[in-house]
Design a protein around this ligand. Structure first.
Ligand SMILES: Nc1ncnc2c1ncn2[C@@H]1O[C@H](COP(=O)(O)OP(=O)(O)OP(=O)(O)O)[C@@H](O)[C@H]1O
Ligand SMILES: [Mg+2]
Length: 515
């Protein structure tokens, strides 16, 4: 223990000297004074750790000295030396804050014990001071660390490329970063701690996020989903979003939404599809040349037969030649149509129409060729399909391509014993959709062919096909947000099922339904 400096104050000089000698021999440093005034002066100049003072002294007595010392430093340990019958003074000394009492005559052991006690107190106080200081330092450090982390998180949220919007348990917006401000077009100052979920999101979006509280019990389960976000100023932004439900000990604390703006990605995706398509068209020009050459040969052959017919005045020859020319003109028309459809980006043009009537039109176009090749066309249109908002051109072109393929499959089938048949069906599909089915019992496909069906310019028909038919059909159906299913078995036949969603007349906000 470090407290080592002791001030001894007594008017009896001999006692002071004896005590001083004894304490010095115990290793203490002592300062002596022979009255209260001298004691006070020594206290001020020497700053001892412990004071041992007699009570009764002429002039400033021990009590007065005690009081003055405590005024200067309340923590100084003052041991009072009392005589018999000093009860009153002892009580006053206690009130003034004396640490201990020893009786006169002062015995060395009693003084040693009192000093040990005083030193122990000083030591405890020093340790306490140290702990307090440490604690203060630790609190300072912890506060600084928390501040640093909080700043870091704030910076992270602020500089995030994702729009971050967080709501508290009452659905008030408590986090709203600059990217969110850009996306929603509302200033942070007007939103944070002011708006609620209903003020920022459309009622439909707000409902979805509120429902997520029930759907997402596990906070780590954060699937990214896509939606068309509608802002209050009427903009539609394609976004990818995720929600985290915040809970503390099972209690709902709020939610955080993260949004990623997909506008640019969608634009690039579109551009990519477009350029891939153009590249595919470019690539296949050489393939097409072969096909066009076949058409030209057909045309030349046709015109030769017409020439002969004219020369010989043979109407039969004229008829045959003219049919060949017409067939080849139709091939050129089809090719041009397919190329145009495939190379251009096109939005479906929805109009109220009857898919069953379109089936009739397609059958009208192909029935002669089918009959000429002994292929039976079986129509199974469901009246429940009625009139729906679809793009009639998509249906017409797709059906025509599928039926043409079906006829080719029948004509190419090596099994001539078959009674070839093509079924064309319509029906209502799930939700707001219709299904068109084209089924043939022709040659069917092997797995290798099935895999490549929708590849650009894939054809097994050598000069007789361009390989554009299904490519165009696939593109049209995709633009219509529909799908195509293929079921095929080699030697048995093929079924194509096209599912097309239709629009509900007068419905607004259809895009947000895709949430
Ligand atoms: N119903 C079907 N049965 C068997 N194979 C089919 C059927 N439909 C398509 N295919 C196969 O898919 C290939 C690609 O068809 P697609 O319609 O794209 O081109 P194509 O018919 O060869 O040429 P185009 O349509 O220009 O006349 C065909 O060549 C054929 O091998
Ligand atoms: Mg085809």
């Amino acid at each position: 223990m470090s407290a080592n400096k002791i001030l001894i104050v007594d008017d009896e000089e001999i006692i002071v000297r004896l005590l001083s000698m004894s304490l010095r021999s115990d290793g203490y440093e002592t300062i002596t004074a022979f009255n209260g005034e001298q004691g006070l002066a020594a206290f001020k100049s020497e700053s001892p750790d412990i004071v041992v003072t007699d009570i009764k002294m002429p002039g400033m007595d021990g009590l007065e000295l005690l009081k003055k010392i405590k005024e200067i430093d309340i923590e100084t340990e003052v041991i009072i030396v009392t005589g018999h019958g000093d009860i009153d003074s002892t009580i006053t000394a206690l009130q003034y804050g004396a640490s201990d009492f020893i009786n006169k005559p002062v015995r060395d052991e009693a003084l040693a014990i009192a000093l040990e006690r005083a030193k122990a107190k000083i030591h405890i106080r020093e340790r306490l001071d140290e702990y307090t200081k440490n604690l203060e330092q630790k609190i300072l450090e912890a506060t600084e660390e928390i501040r640093r982390k909080s700043n870091f998180q704030k910076l992270l949220i602020r500089s995030s490329n994702d729009a971050i919007v967080a709501f508290d348990h009452e659905w008030k917006i408590v986090v709203y970063n600059p990217e969110a401000a850009r996306m929603f077009g509302e200033k942070t100052i007007d939103v944070k701690n002011i708006m609620t979920i209903q003020d920022l999101y459309t009622p439909k979006t707000a409902k979805i996020f509120k429902a997520e509280v029930k759907n997402l019990p596990d906070p780590t389960d954060m699937p990214w989903k896509e939606m068309m976000l509608q802002t209050r100023d009427g903009r539609q932004i394609p976004v990818q979003y995720t929600t985290n439900v915040l809970r503390e000990e099972g209690e709902f604390m709020g939610i955080v939404n993260f949004f990623q703006d997909l506008t640019e990605i969608k634009r690039l995706e579109k551009e990519l599809v477009q350029s891939e398509r153009l590249a595919a068209v470019g690539q296949t020009v050489s393939g097409l040349a072969h096909y066009v050459k076949n058409i030209l040969i057909g045309l030349k052959g046709g015109s030769y037969v017409v020439d002969v017919g004219m020369k010989k005045n043979n109407t039969e020859k004229l008829k045959i030649g003219w049919e060949t020319i017409k067939k080849n003109i139709a091939r050129v028309a089809d090719l041009t149509q397919d190329l145009l459809t495939y190379s251009k980006e096109r939005e479906p043009e929805f109009e109220l129409c009857s898919p069953n009537e379109i089936v009739e039109d397609v059958i009208d176009l192909i029935c002669d060729v089918a009959a000429g090749n002994n292929i039976k066309i079986v129509k199974e249109t469901d009246a429940a399909v009625g009139e729906v908002m679809v793009d009639p051109r998509t249906i017409h072109r797709s059906l025509l391509n599928l039926v043409n393929n079906a006829m080719d499959a029948c004509m190419e089938d090596e099994d001539t014993s078959k009674k070839f048949e093509i079924g064309i069906k319509t029906r209502r599909g799930p939700g707001n959709s219709i299904c068109l089915e084209v089924k043939d019992n022709g040659c069917g496909m092997d797995e290798e062919t099935r895999k490549q069906l929708f590849n650009p310019m894939f054809s097994t028909k050598s000069g007789k096909g361009t390989g554009l038919g299904l490519l165009v059909t696939g593109k049209l159906v995709e633009e219509h947000k529909g799908s195509i299913e293929t079921i095929t078995q080699l030697g048995q036949g093929t079924t194509f099922i096209v599912k097309l969603p239709y629009e509900i007349a007068g419905a607004v906000d259809i895009k947000e339904d895709g949430l």
